[in-house]
Design a protein around this ligand. Structure first.
Ligand SMILES: Cc1cc2nc3c(=O)[nH]c(=O)nc-3n(C[C@H](O)[C@H](O)[C@H](O)COP(=O)(O)O)c2cc1C
Length: 159
């Protein structure tokens, strides 16, 4: 059986968007961007400052509504930039607000050197009903720098 795949992501500066598009291309999955209602500042120091406040406080910022038939998908591949070792808060909002019963979830991140860090543990906490598959860390969003290699990972998660 071919799985029905949703690739959902947030991207602040484009790396995760690029990686998500490549994953959607390779899996034939649907691609959906997560957009916060209040966008984060573009300036690096300002966004780091905001992330350092929101993440330890467990803030889940409001995200824009999506025209998404979530129930139609078997496997959700959720992507985020690594922000301070975990998901960017809009991804945490998305993960915490879905009904994961009967669904598989695999996460990927793009990062500057820290890999997935706490993301798999945080996915298990945010989505206790999901069947969690192993994740993938893509340095700088470059598909050639994925660990595990992108096609190996996609095979592992059943794509
Ligand atoms: C607020 C903030 C926090 C970050 N924290 C980390 C981190 O802890 N470890 C890491 O490897 N990269 C960190 N980065 C780098 C991003 O994860 C990396 O540049 C990512 O590919 C950006 O994805 P995007 O272009 O989709 O936004 C951080 C970037 C920002 C803006």
């Amino acid at each position: 059986m071919n799985k029905s795949v949703l690739v959902v992501y947030y991207s602040h500066s484009g790396n995760t968007a690029k990686a998500a598009a490549e994953i959607a291309r390779r899996t034939g999955g649907a691609l959906q961007e997560i957009r916060p209602v209040n966008p984060y500042p573009q300036e690096y120091r300002a966004v780091v400052e905001q992330a350092k406040k929101e993440i330890p406080a467990g803030i889940h910022p409001e995200i824009q509504p999506m025209e998404l038939d979530f129930g139609a998908y078997d496997l959700v591949i959720a992507g985020s930039p690594n922000w301070c070792g975990t998901f960017a808060p809009p991804v945490a909002t998305f993960l915490a607000s879905q009904d994961w019963k009967g669904k598989e979830l695999a996460v990927f991140c793009t990062h500057g050197g820290s890999g997935l860090a706490k993301m798999e543990a945080d996915a298990a906490r945010l989505c206790p009903d999901a069947k969690l598959s192993p994740g993938c860390a893509i340095r700088n969003g470059d598909p050639e720098q994925a660990v595990p290699a992108l096609d190996d990972w996609l095979k592992t998660i059943g794509c």
